[in-house]
Structure formats: structure tokens, C-alpha cells
Design a binder for this molecule. Structure first.
Ligand SMILES: [Zn+2]
Length: 457
């Protein structure tokens, strides 16, 4: 596509991708701290009607909150959330096009953040800007909540935005954030694309197991070393995974797939509780589906001695846990103690501020969910729509106190290739997909904040 024929929204997204808003857990180590105010200024320059038609605040550091006032003051608002920070691009040489060059090539817009999550943020802005240009005024308040540190827990961005809303006593009808997409060639038993609406989210916890060693020389070690004890603890954990449970969100997911699945599988999927003894081993056999039915525990960082001939004073391992709704951080810690059953091994949460409790299921029978379903069908007519348990974490977890209904959805078709681009190399979005995304948000905003829905549950 020649630059002259490239639609303006695609060029704006390309510009947004050229601003390297890379997050770092330690803010003083962000490689381009100036990129965040530059990105905010870019939004102001690109979307003048959103800025003039709404109040804009910066409660986050970084993080933006827009409020478009609705006609009615009594209706509960809708919050659309997204984030403008990105993860580092890795080795730029591995990319076919430089990750922050903001190029349009092969009918795609390239760059880190093209899928996660600047496309969503810019598409929401494009949708609101174009609606305002047409004279649209929402019936209920519409908030746009954009975090600037989602990739490093969201505590400075979304958490502060949510705290401000809570302080003002705002209770929203729903929060709609990034999340799962319209996947194809990903769910084995269904050929049709499946629009996965994240209605629940797993919790997050890093735990450190450590064991202090008694003194000694590597040439004269004791029979039982600290490394051996730690290894035994890890093996005990691996032998006793957390129990498998069928949560309502997963039961709902399986039921929705039933009509599109091969005839033989349909009864199992339609009645997942009844057939749980049959389904459980099948789901457990694949790590992707196993993660949907239990709290997972993955040993990640191991450390011991720094030299081959020195006994370590302490050995440690980090276990990354993703908590199934219904579990809690306190309960998980108790179980780890029980399974490890070794007083020499201390078990402590690592960076408690980065951990999060699981977010239980949001309703799938309310007017917001129905509106979301209608917008999905309008944009993706052949997709099966199913609720989904998001196994990653999103900014939306911070909004629990301001909304009972939280949905995580990215209106984008994604196959295995696109899923690999998220936090991977050659991240890009097809221009046609991006334009459809804008159309989706236009439709959704009108459905959820327009004249139609009442306050029925
Ligand atoms: Zn994201």
C-alpha cells in the first residue's frame, strides 16, 4: 500500500508505535522516560475532540483518565481501559523492521505494541474522536482509563486511576480492558474462530523458597547440602500439583464450544460437570488447558553458589504461581508449606506489591455482556463467543472495587503466529484488522453508552 493511500488512523498508529514507552519495574531504569509525556502529547495532538470534549486527568505516573460526560447523571458509567507502555523489544536485529520505527509495510503496521496494547488504546481514541465529530453524546458517562505501567504490575498507573475513581464514589456498570482475542487454529476441537471474552482472571504470586547452609568447605561437604534440600522441596511440589477444579468460567467456555465441536464431543462439552471425570484428564494433559483448571506453579529463578568450588551460604528458587479463582494467596502459601514440609526451607512471597488475588467471574447474563456479544457478532459474524479464564494478568484487576463486571477482550483475529508476536519479535497488525477494531469500539460505545440499554441487570 502506498503511503498516500494509507488510511489516516493507520498512520497515527504507526506514529504511536514509534514512541518507545518501555516499562521497567524500577522507574529510574526506564530506557526512555521522556517517551511517556511525548506519547501523551501525541494523543493530545492527534485527538483534539476527545481532549476538548472530555475532562482529562493524569492520576497515574504514568496514566491518563478521560471522562466524557453523559446526559444522565444517574446511570452507571462505562470504563474502557487500555495501556500505553510496552515490554522491551529484545534484540532489534531479530526484527525484520526496527521495533520502534513505526513503519507500514505489507499492509501491516509494525512495531512493539502493535497488538499489546497500543492498537486497542488508539482504536478507542479513534472511535471516540470520530463519534464526537458526528455530534455523539453518551447517555451515561464514558471513562477512558489508560495505564502506563501495565507490563510491570500497573500499580503506578491503573491502580492509581482506580483509587481516584473509588475515592469519588464511582461505581461503573462495567470495565472493558484488553484481554483474549478472536482466536483461530488455536482451540483444537473447533474449526470456527472463537471470540474469547475474558470474564475471570487468574491471580499472580511469586514465592521464594530458600535454605541457609551450614558452614563448610566444598572439599569437605556435609552429607545433606542446602542444594539437596531445595531440590527435594521442588520435587515434592512437582509431584503434588494443585488440585484440578472446574470453575464456572471454564464450564461456560466448554458449553459455548459444544455446538461448534465435532458431534462426538458435543455431549461432553455441553455437560462438563457431568462428564468432568472424563474431561479432567484430557484438559490436564495439555499445559494450555491444564492452566484453566488449577493453580499452576512454575519454578523459575534458581540460585546458589557463584563459584564451582564454594558451597553456597544460601540456595533459593522462585516459584511463579498463577492462582485459579477460588484460591487465595494466603491459602496457596499454606499449601506450599504443607507440601514442602521442611522447616529448613523458608517460603516467602517475593515483591508482594506485584502479586494479585484471582478475579472471580463477571456476569455473563447482564446487559453489558449482551452488548459486548452483539458488538463481537457485528465485527466477527462467524465467530463462536465464549467466556474465558485469562491466565495472564491485566490492568483490569485494579478496577475490582469500582465495577462488579470486568471483561477482557481484544477485538482482533489471532492465530498462533499473532499470539507468538505478543512480547515476541515482528509484532504487527494488519491495517484491515485495525480498521475493524476501530469499528468494533465505535459500535460498542454506542451500544453501551448510547440510548438503548436501561439499568436492568
Ligand atoms: Zn497488554
Amino acid at each position: 500500500m502506498k503511503p498516500s493511500s494509507t488510511p489516516a488512523p493507520a498512520r497515527r498508529l504507526a506514529s504511536a508505535l514509534s514512541i518507545p514507552t518501555i516499562s521497567h519495574a524500577d522507574r529510574t531504569r526506564e530506557p526512555h522516560p521522556e517517551a511517556f509525556p511525548r506519547f501523551e502529547q501525541f494523543l493530545a495532538d492527534s485527538f483534539p475532540l476527545v481532549f476538548s470534549g472530555s475532562s482529562c486527568e493524569s492520576p497515574g505516573a504514568p496514566g491518563l483518565l478521560f471522562r466524557l460526560p453523559g446526559r444522565s447523571e444517574t446511570l452507571a458509567p462505562i470504563i474502557l481501559a487500555a495501556h500505553y507502555d510496552v515490554v522491551p523489544a529484545g534484540a532489534a536485529d531479530d526484527w525484520r523492521l526496527p521495533p520502534f520505527s513505526g513503519q507500514i509495510h505489507d499492509d501491516c503496521i509494525w512495531g512493539r505494541g502493535a497488538l499489546d496494547d497500543k492498537a486497542s488504546l488508539l482504536a478507542i481514541m479513534e472511535a471516540v474522536e470520530s463519534l464526537l465529530a458526528e455530534g455523539f453524546q453518551p447517555e451515561r458517562d464514558l471513562y477512558l482509563a489508560f495505564g502506563g505501567d501495565e507490563e510491570v504490575t500497573g500499580t503506578r498507573g491503573a491502580a492509581r486511576i482506580a483509587a481516584l475513581l473509588q475515592q469519588r464514589g464511582i461505581q461503573a456498570a462495567a470495565v472493558i480492558d484488553e484481554g483474549t482475542a478472536v482466536v483461530h487454529d488455536t482451540i483444537g476441537m473447533v474449526r470456527r474462530p472463537v471470540a474469547l471474552i475474558g470474564t475471570a482472571e487468574k491471580g499472580y504470586l511469586d514465592v521464594q523458597l530458600s535454605c541457609r547452609a551450614s558452614d563448610g568447605h566444598a572439599s569437605m561437604p556435609q552429607r545433606r547440602t542446602a542444594a539437596g534440600r531445595l531440590a527435594r522441596a521442588l520435587r515434592r511440589l512437582e509431584r503434588r500439583p494443585f488440585p484440578a477444579r472446574l470453575r464456572p468460567v471454564v464450564a461456560g467456555f466448554l458449553r459455548q464450544l459444544a455446538p461448534a465441536a465435532p458431534a462426538l464431543l458435543r455431549p461432553l462439552l455441553r455437560f462438563p460437570r457431568l462428564f468432568w471425570p472424563l474431561l479432567r484428564p484430557v484438559l490436564a494433559a495439555n499445559p494450555k488447558t491444564d492452566a484453566m483448571i488449577r493453580t499452576t506453579q512454575a519454578p523459575t529463578m534458581l540460585s546458589g553458589s557463584a563459584a564451582p568450588n564454594v558451597l553456597p551460604a544460601e540456595v533459593s528458587a522462585v516459584i511463579n504461581l498463577r492462582l485459579l479463582p477460588g484460591d487465595s494467596i494466603a491459602g496457596v502459601l499454606r499449601r506450599l508449606q504443607r507440601v514442602v514440609r521442611d522447616p529448613a526451607i523458608s517460603i516467602t512471597p517475593l515483591l508482594p506489591e506485584g502479586s494479585s488475588e484471582p478475579v472471580p467471574e463477571s456476569p455473563v447474563d447482564g446487559w453489558v455482556y449482551r452488548g459486548l456479544q452483539d458488538s463481537v457478532t457485528a465485527a466477527f459474524p462467524d465467530a463462536v463467543i465464549a467466556p474465558y479464564l485469562v491466565t495472564a494478568t491485566t490492568d483490569s484487576k485494579h478496577y475490582r472495587a469500582v465495577a462488579d463486571a470486568i471483561y477482557r477482550f481484544l477485538p482482533l483475529p489471532m492465530g498462533p503466529a499473532e499470539l507468538a508476536m505478543i512480547h515476541g519479535v515482528d509484532e504487527r497488525i494488519a491495517i484491515t484488522d485495525y480498521l475493524r477494531m476501530i469499528g468494533f469500539y465505535r459500535d460498542l460505545i454506542q451500544r453501551l453508552t448510547g440510548n438503548s440499554p436501561g439499568e436492568e441487570a
